[in-house]
Design a protein around this ligand. Structure first.
Ligand SMILES: C[S@@+](CC[C@H](N)C(=O)[O-])C[C@H]1O[C@@H](n2cnc3c(N)ncnc32)[C@H](O)[C@@H]1O
Length: 335
């Protein structure tokens, strides 16, 4: 692909938020390409159908809490190519599936051949009752970056189309207030932080789509007191981590300050704990099954391998789930 419409290497330096917006979602942008996210990296959704099964179980538990409404929404926020929505629809018991209205919210075009029951939209529906689920969406909401300059002040990082960075003016206003509250920088030159308020606002707007129900954001995250000192801005292309170059050729992503997104009543869990509560664990099947039903044993072993990947320490298991109840007392994680 040529990126004529993207910033040229010599283009004027811009903040990372503006540059990322164009690189990911502008004309020729990374996320509008036909291969979709699965062409470049593997999310939990792609790792195993056990993930969609667990989300379907969560939707069923929520359905009970909501008193089995006549219409139960499932909103897949940042849906990629609709893989999670399709998986959830396939995993639901018939009596629940018959009442579910499934929405895939995505900036890219509707993929050919998607289940016709899925409504493909550019923005979440308003006033629905049910589950809004955002898997690896917030890390792709573009942000500005701050860096401590030689004089000890926090400056906005500017970037050209070829990825070359320079320091701009001092961080001020809303950006400075967000950093002071959520990601205070010391005065050691080189310290960096991603300024997260656009994600807090994007998440609050998505949660506001729900009249009643549960909103869940899942992402690689960090919490106050343990922020990464140099930030996490990076790129991905064709399965490999790469330098973040805002020319439309790679993903540009940064871990999410999920605690800053949380509103009152929210629960934050590791993916390992959340999936454990939804019945996914990586335990091996009993050896006795190998002799009584070898085929079932092999299937169970494969499932255990996939569950282990979804819950692995140092991997997907360390992702965080932010569960935000809306008009219900608490996230229905207990069976
Ligand atoms: C990392 S991918 C995750 C895809 C899928 N949820 C998964 O887990 O496999 C992030 C997706 O969010 C979409 N996205 C980003 N911002 C969006 C927005 N404001 N509205 C809808 N989709 C958005 C991108 O186009 C991209 O497909």
């Amino acid at each position: 692909m040529t990126n004529d419409e993207q910033a040229s290497p010599a283009s004027a330096p811009r903040g990372w938020r503006e540059a990322t917006k164009t690189a990911l979602y502008g004309p020729g942008g990374f996320y509008l390409r036909p291969e979709g996210p699965a062409g470049h990296f593997r999310t939990s959704v792609h790792a195993s159908p056990l993930y969609a099964d667990a989300v379907a179980r969560l939707l069923c538990r929520l359905d009970d809490v909501l008193g089995r409404p006549g219409e139960l929404a499932f909103v897949d926020m940042g849906a990629g190519r609709g893989e999670l929505t399709s998986g959830v629809l396939a995993a639901l018991p018939a009596d629940v599936a018959a009442r579910v209205r499934a929405y895939a919210v995505e900036r890219a075009e509707r993929p050919a051949g998607l289940d016709p029951r899925v409504e493909w939209r550019a923005a979440p529906p308003a006033g629905v009752t049910g589950l809004l689920f955002a898997n690896e969406w917030l890390d792709n909401v573009p942000l500005d970056v701050a860096e401590v300059a030689a004089d000890g002040t926090a400056r906005r990082v500017l970037v050209r189309g070829d990825g070359a960075e320079s320091l701009g003016g001092p961080v001020d206003g809303r950006d400075a207030r967000w950093l002071a509250r959520w990601w205070p920088l010391g005065d050691e030159p080189g310290l960096r932080a991603e300024i997260g308020h656009p994600r807090d606002e994007a998440w609050a707007a998505a949660v506001a789509a729900l009249e009643r129900g549960l909103a869940v954001a899942v992402d690689y995250a960090h919490l106050k007191g343990a922020r990464p000192p140099y930030g996490t801005l990076t790129g991905f292309r064709a399965g490999r981590e790469t330098a973040p170059v805002p020319d439309g050729s790679c993903d540009i992503t940064a871990h999410v300050a999920l605690d800053a997104c949380a509103a009152e009543g929210a629960v934050l869990l590791t993916q390992r704990a959340a999936l454990g509560a939804l019945g996914v664990s990586g335990g091996r099947p009993p050896l006795a099954l190998a002799s009584s039903d070898p085929a079932a044993y092999v299937r169970a072993l494969a499932r255990a391998g996939e569950a282990a990947e979804l819950t692995a320490p140092g991997g997907l298991g360390d992702f965080r789930w932010l569960l935000q109840p809306v008009g219900v007392p608490e996230p229905p994680l207990a069976p």
